[in-house]
Design a protein around this ligand. Structure first.
Ligand code: NAP
Length: 501
């Protein structure tokens, strides 16, 4: 849970006639990537920007996800900005509230709070080709104009509720992990949890301590490896305050995580070792071979997000926790009915069912210079050039856009080079005294052809179903390589792939 904050924005945005001396920049979303963008713009001397955020506070994912047990599954010293290390992280894996507070302290330190406009939901974003400006309409009808539009909403902001018949008729409480209802006390209640992935495995051990009964509905098992989380001692924190030690620790974590990428190459020794580690983890905690069998995935390690948990399997062993693997048929007013005709009575249903990853294009009426919508452009799967720029959408940048997700390391390792790339583009445009910059269709298409070719040979194209994929099978979320490869690709902007107008 968090306190609502309110900040009055002071940023002015340039009017369509370009009366301001600096280009107006609108950033959509105050999560880790939007905040990073704002900080680096400020450090580069830009003042004329505003962050529009639909929630009542900054944090993005770390504002939305307040379910019990919410924690990052990337070590905190790597899941923090490289330019703002925090030697005071309490644990190896930071809890949600600590990450959100870190973000608030960064926003305050770098002077971002006055640029933040909270409780502001964008409903339309159209590029006005005549004026060379973005026209952004917010709920309530106000229209903002900006030269640049940077979308940093990330893939995990729109909750996805399961499409199961009867959900509306359920007489108890229904909640999604990312919209947690803290007013509901689980003590003594019978709780049904739908979903067994990253959010669920953090949540289930927590609610199992309070609820009378927890019934877990698993559709597909996941590979789970040990977490080995622990708190830092005061002595360790003192060491980490030494910049050299802090930096070295981060470098160590960085390479540890990059090495984990090797385990996604099926058939290789790192992949075999990773599978063996996950199997041992399962054996150690689940003595019943029949239960182990339903918990062991039959798809390749890494195809779906690998989970990191030490307490999920032990929670399943508790007498008040039941794992159901029979398909859900429908929801009745009293609980969850499975295909075998059994009714699993529940007072509450928790949907740990993930996010609508390309929901952005559906949520906002996005239109480029030709008037075509982003939804139509992405009807066969989201795509962009380096995951950041889209043909027909001038002066528009995505942070953590298509194919820049990672299953093995910190997303911030992708965000930081993206932010630098955006600033280089803006500066180049200003230097050339041009109004708009837009990636060429052919450059975007050829970039995506080679990306998809690489992905088709990768673990993510190996046949499991995951949120990394469009319904047509195209992998639209994941970047297939190491983070250093992506970083290298962004080091230089190839302006010959762009049109300047
Ligand atoms: P998710 O990975 O999309 O998992 C959704 C779960 O719900 C899956 O188990 C899925 O089963 C199940 N499901 C969906 N619809 C269903 C239905 N109709 N009937 C039955 N089961 C259904 O969502 P998530 O766990 O919220 O995680 C999403 C992403 O958020 C993660 O991959 C991760 O990147 C991020 N995350 C990160 C952290 C962190 O610590 N950093 C924590 C939580 C989440 P199937 O597998 O069969 O589809």
């Amino acid at each position: 849970m968090h306190d609502a904050v309110s900040h009055e924005p002071v940023a002015r945005l340039s009017e369509p006639d370009g009366s301001s001396s600096q280009p107006g920049i609108i950033i959509l979303g105050a999560g880790m990537s939007g905040l990073c963008m704002a900080i680096q713009l400020k450090r580069a001397g830009f003042e004329n920007f505003v962050i529009l955020e639909k929630s009542g506070g900054l944090g993005g994912t770390w504002w939305d996800n307040t379910y019990p047990g919410a924690q990052c599954d990337v070590p905190a010293h790597l899941y923090s900005y490289s330019f703002e290390p925090n030697p005071n992280w309490s644990r190896i894996y930071a809890p949600q509230e600590e990450i959100r507070r870190y973000m608030e302290s960064c926003a305050a330190k770098f002077g971002i709070l006055p640029h933040l406009r909270l409780n502001t939901e964008v409903t339309q974003a159209h590029f006005n080709a005549r004026h060379g400006r973005w026209e952004i309409v917010v709920r309530g009808g106000e229209t903002l104009h900006a030269a640049f539009f940077i979308c940093s909403t990330g893939p995990l902001s729109m909750p996805r509720y399961p499409d199961i018949a009867g959900m509306n008729a359920f007489s108890g409480r229904v909640m999604h992990t990312s919209r947690w209802d803290h007013s509901y006390d689980m003590a003594g209640k019978s709780v049904a949890v739908i979903g067994t992935a990253a959010s669920a495995v953090q949540l289930i051990p927590q609610i199992a301590q309070r609820a009378r009964q927890v019934t877990v509905f698993q559709r597909t098992p996941n590979w789970i490896i040990p977490r080995r989380d622990r708190a830092f001692t005061e002595r360790q924190k003192r060491w980490l305050r030494n910049p050299l030690i802090g930096r070295s620790y981060r470098v160590l974590l960085y390479w540890q995580r990059e090495m984990q990428r090797l385990s996604f190459n099926h058939g290789t020794l790192p992949a075999k070792l990773a599978v063996r580690m996950a199997e041992q983890h399962l054996r150690r905690h689940v003595p019943d071979p029949a239960l182990r069998q339903v918990l062991r995935p039959d798809y390749q390690f890494g195809c779906k997000r690998v989970l990191v948990s030490d307490d999920y399997y032990p929670a399943l062993m508790q007498p008040n926790v039941a794992l159901i693997t029979t398909r859900i048929s429908h929801i009745t007013p009293d609980g969850v009915m499975t295909a075998d005709g059994a009714l699993h009575a529940a007072d509450a249903i928790v949907c740990a069912t993930g996010f609508n990853v390309t929901g952005l294009a559906a949520m906002i009426d996005f239109r480029g210079q030709s008037g075509q919508s982003l939804g139509a452009a992405w009807s066969e799967g989201a795509q962009a050039y380096h995951g950041m720029t889209v043909a027909d959408f001038p002066n528009f940048f995505l942070l953590l856009g298509p194919n820049t997700g990672t299953g093995h390391t910190s997303t911030l390792l992708f965000v930081e080079p993206q932010v630098k790339y955006v600033i280089r583009c803006i500066k180049e445009l200003m230097q050339r005294k041009k109004a708009t910059l837009m990636v060429k269709q052919e450059a975007m298409a050829s970039h995506n052809r080679s990306l998809q070719e690489r992905l088709s040979r990768s673990v993510w194209g190996s046949g499991c179903s995951s949120w990394y994929m469009h319904s047509n099978g195209r992998v639209e979320v994941i970047y297939p390589g190491f983070s250093f490869q992506y970083r290298k690709a962004l080091r230089r902007v190839d302006f010959s792939d762009y049109e300047f107008l």
